[in-house]
Design a protein around this ligand. Structure first.
Ligand code: BG6
Ligand code: GLC
Length: 876
């Protein structure tokens, strides 16, 4: 009955995995027997930990105090000093206050041996009982076990209890971290470049911990990285799961323990109980007269006469038989040779069962880790403490063949690990301070955003005024587009789309019931983008001719709508003077020229005599028109891509820069330049400054440089560089590759920020950039990305809030219902941008109900619609 077959172990492993999942889940937690306690330990030592750390370790019948000196050498050779204080029996069962005061007194005595009372020490407290931890230094004892039963401690924060006891002793000691012994063991076994991510302890009791994916630890609001979880697997089977393997001996042991019905798994495994199990088996065998027929075995009825260490000696020692005999004889028994053999056999069976059960538990943890990390094969180091571990590796191998494990026996108990946890905690606290300091200028409050909104509104008003226009950084350019589509547009058009990620040529056929399009993407080499205007427009015409040839459109004269996504002073629908290049374009001889004319000139040069440009529009306008065809409420266009900009329908009476007061006109805001007059200087950080300086248009498009795809990656890169310099990233190791401009692309932000993206994928992105990132590094990089993209979305929302509020006021409405047509790679690809934008907008403009309609067809379709209206007006 005491041997557990492999199939049963397999089933047990399955149950344990199920129970682990329950324990981790918020909903099912209450039903789990394993509590899967969060430990708030999210980082492994990185070897830079340095300094003197105190540890107090509460053990079975003694208190151990340690002073560990870490040298910052990868924790290779920590110096350890320790002292053991025997604990009087009555303390374990007495008042809680007495227990903590005893520990504080031990510390006092220990410190007196080597330190001056004035010196301040951080302390790690190893408290090997089940606790509900809410911070690294805040933990309520759930319940005592292993024979402890001090009053007034359960439900209390044990860190505080220890700290007050320490304060009473007038010691300068700060309790920085509390941890379970398993965690200490895990950390002890971790050295540089060889993280240990699992630990098991089989001592008086048994327990384990492992690094879980933080996202799965649902009891804690932490979705990035990993957190060590204390499984408290000793409680596994406190429902009925273990009934199948619990023998009558186990039931007796349980009944006679200080916590009957509790910690069932522990009672099959922990050294507090193995001796007892053996004793009960022997009692039964003696009753059946199978052993000790020659002597009175009554002594075996006494609890705890047989200790687990004796059991281990019996099975481990070379002279096991002699040991058996002497052990039994000390009990007053007179064993025969056969008795000794039997006893030895019983001991073996009980211990192997314990080992097999541990192996099943370990296999459950490993498979869980392997699955939740989405790995096919898991390589992992496991810290072990306790005397039984040698036996279970082979069984684990059978139960979790996908995991390759290395066992690292803990060298000097959990104490050194506790010091490391404390050191890591302090290092992280320092790091957190540095990180917050670096990132805080990028974190905008609601009032910051309201101020940006108000400034945008102010600049809009200035920009619309005839006299004030020149003073505004937001140009508010009239577009001569006076209405959104009404569905009566018809015809066949060519369209060009220049200024986003792709240059496209299209043919658009607008019929009564549908719009059909065909398009081709053409590459414009950087040498041309930054070459001469003649080359640029020649190239464009060549692309048009190629397209017409391919589409068999050479013979037709089709009206052409031109999406030209740069700021233009428009003098009519087909006359647009380029005010400045943006987004990295810099072709010479274009600024100040009518781009339609430049296109016509090029057509002549290329002998293309049938080109008929009828309208030029900004991409925001094209997008608004394109979306407006499907949704008549769409009266705003927004682009968040390479650049950013917006347009909207303004009342003619407010447009001082165009004659006439009737109706509306679409205004191309060119909000990318918002702040170029200094009005946003309070928002810009050093990082923004550095990004701006390295662009081809420093001082220009300042708002755009906070928001759009061309720049976000660069902002992140500069922040990462600063973090390396402050030694909070990549262990401060220099990263030459990170010095390269544009190496960190905005598309990385979009990938890195995907919810639930396994951090190993983040690591892979960083490794591709030659950045040797640790797991913690990747968590930090993700935080930087999130901060930068959140700010971008919020600033965009502040701008949009100014727009919708102005439209609401214009129309004298209590509530404005409006749709924004939106396009751009960042908006479309980033996992959170649109949501952050919409949420913030709702806060900033609560009286406007704004729907965002993503443009699927690009702005070429909109340009064609504008061309259609132009043709209709011009007459047949
Ligand atoms: C495209 C539009 O879909 O989006 C372009 O057709 C626009 O006109 C572009 O410029 C903006 O996004 P991005 O990311 O390409 O700059
Ligand atoms: C830049 C251009 C602007 C365009 C925007 C989005 O800001 O100046 O015209 O709309 O990018 O592409």
């Amino acid at each position: 009955a005491l041997t557990v077959p492999l199939e049963t172990l397999q089933v047990l492993k399955g149950h344990m995995m199920q129970d682990m999942r329950k324990g981790l889940s918020r909903q099912m937690h209450a039903q789990a027997t394993m509590q899967m306690l969060p430990t708030f330990i999210c980082s492994m030592p990185d070897g830079t930990e340095k300094g003197d750390f105190l540890v107090a370790e509460l053990c079975q019948n003694y208190v151990r105090t340690l002073c560990v000196t870490l040298l910052g050498d990868g924790n290779q050779r920590p110096q350890v000093m320790y002292k053991i204080f025997d604990m009087p029996m009555n303390i374990m069962q007495g008042k809680g206050e007495a227990l903590f005061s005893f520990i504080a007194k031990c510390l006092r005595q220990f410190l007196a041996g080597f330190s001056s009372p004035q010196r301040r020490f951080p302390l790690g407290f190893v408290f090997p009982f089940s606790c509900k931890q809410t911070q690294l230094d805040k933990a309520e004892l759930t319940s005592w076990s292993k024979g402890f039963k001090c009053t007034g401690v359960e439900g209390k924060d044990v860190v505080q209890l220890l700290q007050s006891a320490i304060n009473k002793e007038e010691l300068y000691v700060d309790v920085v971290a509390l941890m379970n012994d398993t965690v200490g063991t895990m950390m002890t076994s971790s050295v540089e470049d060889k993280a240990c991510e699992v630990a098991i302890i089989i001592d008086a009791g048994t327990n384990s911990c492992f690094m879980a994916e933080a996202q799965q630890v649902e009891m804690v609001e932490e979705s990035s990285g990993r957190m060590c979880v204390n499984t408290e697997w000793g409680c596994f089977g406190d429902d009925t799961t273990l009934s199948g393997i619990m023998t009558t001996y186990d039931q007796r042991v349980d009944k006679e323990s200080s916590n009957p019905g509790k910690k069932r798994f522990e009672k099959l495994v922990g050294s507090l109980y193995l001796g007892e199990i053996v004793r009960h088996v022997l009692v039964a065998l003696a009753a059946e007269k199978a052993v000790f027929t020659g002597s009175n075995a009554g002594i075996l009825r006494n609890k705890d006469v047989l200790k687990t260490h004796q059991v281990l000696e019996i099975i481990n020692h070379e002279d096991g038989m002699a040991r058996t005999r002497s052990t039994l004889e000390t009990l007053g028994l007179r064993p025969s040779e056969r008795d000794c053999c039997r006893v030895q056999q019983v001991c073996r069976v009980v211990v192997s069962r314990a080992a097999a059960l541990c192996a099943a538990g370990l296999a459950a943890i490993l498979t869980h880790m392997c699955q939740s990390r989405e790995l096919e094969q898991l390589y992992v180091n496991i810290g072990v403490d306790g005397e039984l571990y040698r036996d279970y590796t082979s069984v684990t191998g059978l139960l979790a063949p996908e995991c390759t494990i290395t066992l690292l026996p803990s060298v000097d108990g959990t104490g050194r690990g506790a010091a490391i946890v404390t050191a890591v905690a302090l290092r992280l606290a320092d790091q957190r301070r540095e990180v917050d300091q670096l990132l805080s200028p990028l974190r905008l409050s609601r009032s910051d955003l309201q101020r940006v909104q108000a400034l945008m509104r102010q600049e809009m008003d200035l920009g619309l005024g005839k006299e004030t226009n020149a003073r505004s950084s937001v140009r508010m350019l009239p577009t001569y587009v006076r209405a959104t589509p009404d569905g009566t547009e018809r015809g066949e058009f060519l369209a060009l789309d220049l200024g986003g990620t792709n240059f496209r040529v299209l043919v658009v056929r607008v019929a009564e019931d549908s719009i059909r399009m065909a398009s081709e993407i053409y590459v414009i080499p950087t040498s041309i983008i930054q070459g001469t205007g003649v080359e640029l427009f020649n190239h464009i015409v060549e692309c048009i001719m190629d397209f017409q040839l391919k589409q068999d459109l050479m013979e037709q004269i089709l009206p052409l709508g031109f999406t030209f996504s740069f700021p233009c002073q428009q003098l009519g629908l087909d006359k647009a003077v380029l005010l400045s290049w943006t987004k990295g374009f810099n072709a010479s001889g274009c600024v100040g020229q009518d781009v339609v004319q430049l296109l016509r000139d090029a057509a002549l040069r290329k002998q293309h005599f049938t080109l008929k440009v009828v309208a030029v529009v900004n991409d925001t306008v094209g997008t608004m028109m394109s979306c407006g065809y499907d949704d008549p409420k769409c009266e705003i266009g927004l682009i968040v891509g390479t650049g950013t900009n917006a347009c909207y329908m303004e009342e003619m009476r407010n447009v001082g820069t165009v004659e006439g007061n009737e109706g509306r006109m679409c205004i191309n805001m060119e909000w990318g330049a918002f702040g170029d007059n200094g009005c946003l200087d309070h928002i810009f950080t050093n990082f923004d400054q550095m990004v701006d300086e390295k662009t081809i248009n420093p001082g220009k498009q300042r708002f755009e440089k906070l928001i759009s795809g061309m720049y976000l990656g660069e902002i992140v890169r500069y922040i990462l560089l600063a973090m390396v310099e402050k030694r909070v990233l990549f262990r401060g190791k220099p990263c030459p590759k990170l010095q390269t401009k544009d190496i960190f692309q905005t598309k990385f932000l979009s990938t890195i920020e995907i919810d639930g993206l396994a951090l190993k994928k983040v690591l892979a992105i960083l490794r591709d950039l030659d950045l040797h990132a640790s797991f913690e590094d990747s968590v930090l990089v993700r935080e930087v990305c999130q901060t930068v993209s959140l700010r971008a979305a919020q600033l965009c929302a502040a701008g949009m809030a100014a727009v919708v509020e102005k439209m609401r006021e214009n129309r004298g409405l209590d509530q404005l219902i409006v749709t924004v047509g939106v396009d751009g790679t960042l908006y479309k690809m980033h996992p959170h941008f649109s949501q952050n934008l919409q949420q913030t907008l709702q806060v900033l403009a609560p009286k406007c109900s704004v729907t965002f309609l993503q443009s699927e067809d690009g702005s070429g379709k909109g340009a064609a619609l504008v061309a259609a209206v132009a043709c209709r007006k011009a007459g047949p």
